[in-house]
Design a protein around this ligand. Structure first.
Ligand SMILES: NC(=O)c1ccc[n+]([C@@H]2O[C@H](COP(=O)([O-])OP(=O)(O)OC[C@H]3O[C@@H](n4cnc5c(N)ncnc54)[C@H](OP(=O)(O)O)[C@@H]3O)[C@@H](O)[C@H]2O)c1
Length: 270
């Protein structure tokens, strides 16, 4: 059986934030395989170029005629003025979005309350919460006008369970969850779909960013177990997007098989 029903995605236009690495990049490539057009957004232009090329290759390999146009725009979603001006930088054929994947987000450090640098607090809220809200508002006005669209927010196990050393990150992801659920309730009388995908441990650049580029500290997070990959989460995102129009996947919590809570994991000693 096919992983997803590509016919439901053919020719759709997908906008993905945080498309330069990890879950966002893998999601872009999988959507490309499914015959969509994609607008890739992130701050790192070089990385966006590489992901765009990977999308071109994936679409070519799929043999599909539909979709297959790709563009990228450098965007810091925490910059409100830049988000407001986004459409002026986007080629006109990418301004009618069908699916928004609000994926950009990060955590810095494991400091506990009382010791957290205020600039880190501000930065995480500005991206994970305010940036996600600004991007959503940007498309939702159009979704309401045309009475269609799908917003897929990337939450986390941290949207459901707070843990020691994660106060700010968890607060941002709880906020994402509250925002997502409120929006889903507000849109109940429309065909617009709202989904939150909540991954557990995924090995991407996430831990490298968390530990300020310390590769060993980042690797240690996954010692003794097999973490999820960006591709594992991309499968869930594209699957949710490819359900029939009357089906809304409200949320999905995805763990590696040896994880059972934010801080409960079984690890082999070797
Ligand atoms: N990895 C995990 O274990 C895990 C678990 C649960 C949830 N998540 C969530 O999954 C999402 C993706 O993370 P990932 O694991 O794929 O990590 P990643 O590889 O570090 O990717 C994060 C992406 O977000 C982008 N980004 C960060 N700040 C941005 C900003 N201000 N403006 C625009 N783009 C920004 C980064 O691109 P640039 O640096 O190029 O801007 C990058 O493309 C995040 O929301 C994260 O919280 C991850």
């Amino acid at each position: 059986m096919a992983l997803f029903n590509a016919s439901r995605l053919l020719g759709k236009t997908v906008m993905i934030t945080g498309a330069s690495s990890g879950i966002g990049a893998a999601t872009a490539v999988l959507f490309a395989k499914a015959g969509t057009n994609i607008l890739l957004l992130a701050r790192r232009e070089d990385a966006l170029n590489s992901v765009q090329q990977a999308c071109v290759d994936a679409h070519k390999a799929s043999g599909l005629k539909e979709g297959g146009t790709f563009a990228h725009v450098q965007l810091d979603i925490s910059d409100r003025a830049a988000v407001a001006a986004l459409w002026s930088k986007v080629p006109s054929s990418f301004r009618d979005i069908d699916i928004l994947v609000n994926n950009a987000g990060y955590v810095i450090g494991r400091d506990q309350v009382g010791d957290i640098d205020e600039s880190i607090v501000d930065g995480m809220f500005a991206t994970n919460v305010l940036g996600l809200i600004a991007m959503t508002q940007l498309v939702l006005r159009d979704f309401k006008k045309k009475q269609s669209g799908h917003i897929i927010n990337i939450g986390s196990i941290a949207s459901r369970e707070a843990y020691v050393g994660g106060s700010i990150y968890c607060a941002t992801k709880y906020a994402v969850n509250a925002f997502t659920v409120s929006m889903m309730k507000e849109l109940v009388n429309t065909p617009i779909r709202v989904t939150e995908i909540q991954p557990g441990m995924v090995e991407t650049e996430f831990s490298l960013v968390r530990f300020n580029g310390d590769a060993k500290a980042a690797k240690d997070v996954y010692t003794g177990l097999q973490p999820l990959t960006g591709e594992d989460i991309a499968e869930e995102i594209v699957w949710a997007a490819s359900r029939p129009p009357h089906v809304n996947i409200a949320d999905m919590l995805i763990y590696p098989v040896n994880q059972a809570a934010a801080t409960i994991a079984y690890r082999t000693s070797s």
